[in-house]
Design a protein around this ligand. Structure first.
Ligand SMILES: CC(C)(COP(=O)(O)OP(=O)(O)OC[C@H]1O[C@@H](n2cnc3c(N)ncnc32)[C@H](O)[C@@H]1OP(=O)(O)O)[C@@H](O)C(=O)NCCC(=O)NCCS
Length: 365
């Protein structure tokens, strides 16, 4: 069967982890609506849900945090993992390398367990937080009793006490980007462990796939787009020129959502709460409305709407995150989803091995 050049519409098999309902704009994690989870639960609890299929008790959340924090501290105490490899490296390359070094320490010939998944989350959160501290030239802060993963992450990264609003915004971002079905990076991770390789190799592959701007690399491009547009009056001519030049507008369009991305809606509300009278958010709203109108005008059949990356940029800007750390922070949250999928794949092993349609020449007889 020919699946389309990007495998669109093809299922690789059953999964109990996530439903992305692209027609109705709904995102379900293990039976829970992500838009409800983001209001009622922390990322820490959502990671547990993705791994186990149920929300944790308070004691289970604390146990999970202990493991994650222990691994964050280990990484932060061994800065060789990210900071000294190459200070001029692209941040996603640094994170990918850090997780490769981390996985050597796990010595996993194949497979992986829930304990590996928890350790991986700590290792990547610690690596990115430390990378952030190095880039800002600050002494990494210490994790404190009672911290959530989001608070500990900001504390290490900034060396300062984050505000409740910053922690809440980051936590919302982490919840809403933790999992998203069979996207390219998750598929990559599943393909890797399907060969009976290990979860660390899967993570390194997933991080590589997330780096691209068609997947996880878009939010910093959204920020630069708003910077370049600069004023409300410039939005329409700027956007028209890009579309007419055949370029894609970052933060719009999605392979599965043919309506407004529910994560963009929820993050837009978070951005509104954080900076309701912020001039920049006003400009972002104006650019969004103009872009949607123009995309509809130029490509009426394509059903192009705002995707998660558009308001991810607004939220991450409001918490003053270094744009070089937008995609690495996405990698932190998605480690929960990636590892949930890799564990599912490990438990129901089947080599993923599609085919390609050969259209080249045949030997001359
Ligand atoms: C996410 C994305 C890769 C999904 O694309 P896809 O399912 O492969 O869609 P296609 O490449 O088949 O595009 C279909 C049509 O819509 C257009 N299109 C898709 N996204 C567009 C965008 N953001 N801006 C302008 N046009 C877009 C394509 O140019 C194409 O039009 P055409 O048929 O006139 O050539 C795509 O929408 C995109 O590049 N978005 C911008 C990057 C981004 O925001 N990434 C984050 C994703 S969460």
């Amino acid at each position: 069967m020919h699946a389309g050049n990007g495998l669109e519409g093809i299922s690789i098999g059953p999964s109990e982890i996530c439903l992305v309902d692209g027609e109705n704009g709904q995102l379900i994690y293990r039976g829970h609506d992500a838009e409800v989870l983001v209001r009622e639960h922390t990322f820490d609890e959502v990671a547990f849900l993705l791994w186990t299929g149920r929300l944790p008790s308070a004691d289970e959340t604390n146990e999970l945090r202990e493991v994650v924090f222990d691994n964050m501290r280990k990484v932060a105490a061994e800065p060789a993992t990210v900071a000294t490899l190459n200070p001029n490296a692209l941040t996603m390359d640094a994170v990918r390398s850090a997780m490769s070094v981390w996985s050597m320490g796990r010595n996993l010939a194949e497979g992986g367990t829930p304990a590996d998944a928890q350790a991986a989350l700590g290792a990547i959160a610690g690596s990115v937080a430390l990378l952030g501290a190095r880039r800002a030239g600050v002494t990494p802060g210490d994790i404190q009793p009672g911290d959530t993963i989001a608070r500990a992450y900001l504390r290490i990264m900034t060396g300062a006490e984050p505000t409740d609003a910053q922690v809440g915004a980051l936590d919302a971002y982490l919840v809403l980007t933790a999992e998203h079905g069979m996207n390219a990076s998750t598929f990559t991770g599943r393909v890797i462990v399907s060969t009976a390789s290990d979860i660390g190799s899967g993570l390194v592959g997933s991080i590589g796939a997330l780096k691209g701007k068609l997947h996880g690399g878009a939010p910093s491009h959204v920020s630069s787009m708003i910077d370049e547009i600069g004023t409300a009056d410039n939005a329409e001519p700027w956007l028209r020129a890009k579309i007419e030049g055949g370029e894609r507008l970052m933060g719009f369009g999605h392979r599965v959502y043919k309506t407004y991305d529910p994560r963009a809606r929820a993050l837009g509300e978070v951005a509104e709460r954080l900076g309701s009278d912020d001039e920049r958010l006003g400009l972002a709203r104006h650019v969004e409305q103009t872009a949607l109108r123009l995309l509809h005008e130029y490509k009426p059949d394509q059903r192009l709407y705002t995707n998660v990356e558009y308001y991810a940029a607004a939220v991450l800007e409001t918490i003053e995150l270094d744009p070089g750390l937008y995609t690495p922070t996405f990698a932190v949250s998605r480690t929960a989803g990636w590892t949930a999928h890799m564990l599912e794949q490990i438990n129901f092993p089947r080599l993923i091995r599609p085919q390609v349609e050969y259209v080249g020449p045949m030997p001359v007889k």
